[in-house]
Design a protein around this ligand. Structure first.
Ligand SMILES: Nc1ncnc2c1ncn2[C@@H]1O[C@H](COP(=O)(O)OP(=O)(O)O)[C@@H](O)[C@H]1O
Ligand SMILES: [Mg+2]
Length: 302
């Protein structure tokens, strides 16, 4: 088995990258899949959300990146929850902020350090998830150049859509410069049913990403913040909460499309209204192209 590597990325903070990374990782592990979750954000929020005292750690994702001899399997820790036995986690702390400079000093190809490390780890896991920092930094580039799929959580608010256009442009540049071709999916988070701005953001995301938006949206739910406060994944802390249900639905949707570059058709209520019915299903890189100047403007007039 060869793991699929998923980077959860958006240069905007507060859009649900960490919540998505750790809860998706937990949902996949709850199904018996061998999951490796890597925190690539020096803020270390993933570890905080999983009850780890990140400040005292001496071996973290910093070593994974800069120490040529460190392996993901050796750095990964197990977590205490019985249903999540197959989850392993490489935490981060502030030391990771030093990695960018050191990567430059130690590696001829500093953006490929993580990709080299994950080559070996792919054999040991079914899924590898990377929680990216809120920046289009060298750390995020390392994640992009390691992964098969990028999930872009989009929070509710018009700045969110604006930021996603920028990110989509960066991904398009990476595709063009490297010839890489991977799955890019947009995930609406903090969705409030009946709220106008939520509907507008969903519409704009559909126009920008077309079928490459997950049909599942993650609802705004107070239990998310509470589960983080109690340092326990939502699936363990409040498995019946709306957001926990949504993350399970997202897991279903992701697993259904495993190995399938062209996602299934989105459900009727998420079909982009502006899209022509006869438009061909674009390959993923094409979806990113939609985010270019031709796609710009969607949602901003609303
Ligand atoms: N579905 C949700 N419902 C309610 N609060 C949420 C939801 N998703 C995220 N949050 C809250 O939003 C904040 C930012 O989420 P986080 O995952 O840390 O964002 P990022 O990693 O993109 O910076 C956190 O306080 C988190 O509890
Ligand atoms: Mg985060």
């Amino acid at each position: 088995m060869h793991a699929r590597v998923i980077a959860v990325a958006n240069q905007k903070g507060g859009v649900g990258k960490t919540v998505t990374s750790l809860n998706l990782a937990a949902c996949l592990a709850a199904r018996g899949r061998r999951v490796l979750l890597i925190d690539l954000d020096p803020q270390g929020h993933c570890g905080v959300g999983l009850g780890i005292d990140t400040e005292t750690l001496t071996r973290t994702s910093y070593e994974l990146l800069v120490d040529r001899n460190a392996t993901a399997a050796e750095l990964a820790v197990a977590l205490p929850w019985e249903p999540l036995q197959t989850l392993r986690f490489v935490p981060a702390n502030l030391q990771l902020s030093l990695a960018e400079r050191e990567l430059e000093q130690r590696y001829a190809l500093p953006n490929l350090a993580l990709a080299g490390k994950l080559k070996a780890a792919r054999k040991d896991f079914d899924d590898i998830l990377i929680d990216c920092p809120p920046a289009l930094s060298k750390l995020t580039l390392n994640a992009f150049l390691s992964c098969d799929c990028v999930i872009i959580p989009v929070g509710v608010g018009f700045f969110s859509i604006h930021g996603v256009r920028m990110l989509a442009e960066t991904l398009k540049d990476i595709f063009e410069e490297t010839g890489l071709d991977y799955d890019v999916r947009c995930l609406i988070t903090r969705y409030r049913t009946g709220q106008t701005v939520s509907r507008e953001v969903r519409k704009a995301a559909d126009e920008l990403f077309g079928d490459f938006c997950f049909a599942t949206v993650i609802r705004e739910c107070a239990d998310v913040e509470k589960s983080i406060g109690s340092q326990t994944p939502l699936q363990v802390w409040a498995p019946q909460s709306p957001a926990a249900q949504d993350y399970r639905a997202l897991t279903d949707e992701l697993l259904e499309s495993l190995g399938n570059k062209v996602p299934r058709a989105v459900s009727a209520d998420t079909t982009p209204p502006a899209r022509e019915a006869s438009a061909p299903v674009a390959p993923v890189a094409g979806a990113v192209e939609l985010a270019g100047p031709a796609g710009a403007g969607a949602g901003h007039d609303a």
